[in-house]
Design a protein around this ligand. Structure first.
Ligand SMILES: N[C@@H](CCC(=O)N[C@@H](CS)C(=O)NCC(=O)O)C(=O)O
Length: 205
C-alpha cells in the first residue's frame, strides 16, 4: 500500500532537508525524484502540485483533505508538529529552536547559495566577488561554531534546527575542516553517526 505522504525532491540541500526530516521522524513516504536539469519541475503535472516549480514539496493525504507543503523549512516545521518530534512544546524553547532554524534559513543559506551560484554558474567568475562570498560563508559558519561551544545542538535537545542545517553542513565540510571549526566538526560527527541522516543523503545525493 502506498504511503500517505508524497515527496517531490531532488538531490540538493533544500531537497535533502525534507528527506532528513522524514527519515528522522520515521515517516513513510512515496519518493518522486525530479530531474531539475531536464526541467521536470516545469512540467504541467508538477506545476499543478507546486505552481512555483521548485522542490521540495510534500503532499500529505493522511487527513480528511490533502495538505500540500512547499519550502523545505516549512516542511520541517509541519512534520515536527505532525509527529511531535524534534520541536519543543514549551513556547520559549520552541521559539529558540525556530530562531536558530530561521537564522540558518536566511543568514546562512542565502550566502551559501549565492556563493555556490557564483562559483559554478556566474559567467565572469569574478575572483574578488567569489572570495567575498566565501568569506561571508566562513563568517556564517564560524558563528554557528561559536554557538556550539559547550553545546551538543543548536538549542537544547536535537531539533529541526539541527536536521535542517545538516545538508548544508554536508556541502561545507571542506570549509569547516579547513578552518578548524572544532565545535561544528563535533556536531557534524554526531549527525553523521545518525542512521537516518546517513540514509537521507544516500536517498537523494
Ligand atoms: N526556499 C526554498 C528553495 C526551493 C528551491 O529553490 N529549490 C530549488 C532546488 S534547491 C529548485 O527547485 N530549483 C529548480 C529551478 O529553479 O528551476 C526551500 O527551502 O524549499
Amino acid at each position: 500500500m502506498p504511503a500517505s505522504i508524497d515527496l517531490y525532491v531532488a538531490g540538493t540541500p533544500n531537497g535533502q532537508r525534507a528527506v532528513v526530516a522524514l527519515e528522522e521522524m520515521g515517516l513513510a513516504y512515496n519518493l518522486h525524484k525530479l530531474d531539475l536539469a531536464k526541467g521536470d519541475q516545469t512540467k504541467p503535472e508538477y506545476l499543478a502540485i507546486n505552481p512555483h516549480g521548485r522542490i521540495p514539496c510534500i503532499v500529505d493525504r493522511s487527513g480528511a483533505a490533502p495538505v500540500t507543503v512547499t519550502q523545505s523549512w516549512a516542511i520541517c516545521v509541519y512534520l515536527a508538529e505532525k509527529t511531535g518530534k524534534f520541536i519543543p512544546k514549551d513556547p520559549a524553547a520552541r521559539a529558540r529552536v525556530l530562531e536558530w532554524m530561521f537564522h540558518i534559513a536566511t543568514d546562512v543559506m542565502a550566502i551559501h547559495s549565492a556563493h555556490g551560484h557564483l562559483q559554478r554558474h556566474s559567467p565572469d567568475k569574478a575572483p574578488a566577488t567569489i572570495a567575498w562570498a566565501e568569506d561571508r560563508v566562513r563568517d556564517a559558519l564560524a558563528y554557528l561554531d561559536r554557538r556550539l561551544e559547550g553545546r551538543d545542538y543548536f538549542d537544547g535537545e536535537i531539533s529541526i534546527a539541527d536536521l535542517a542545517f545538516y545538508p548544508v553542513y554536508n556541502r561545507r565540510r571542506g570549509l569547516v575542516a579547513g578552518n578548524g571549526m572544532k565545535n561544528l566538526l563535533r556536531w557534524g560527527a554526531a549527525m553523521d553517526a545518525r542512521p537516518a541522516c546517513k540514509r537521507a543523503l544516500e536517498i537523494v545525493s
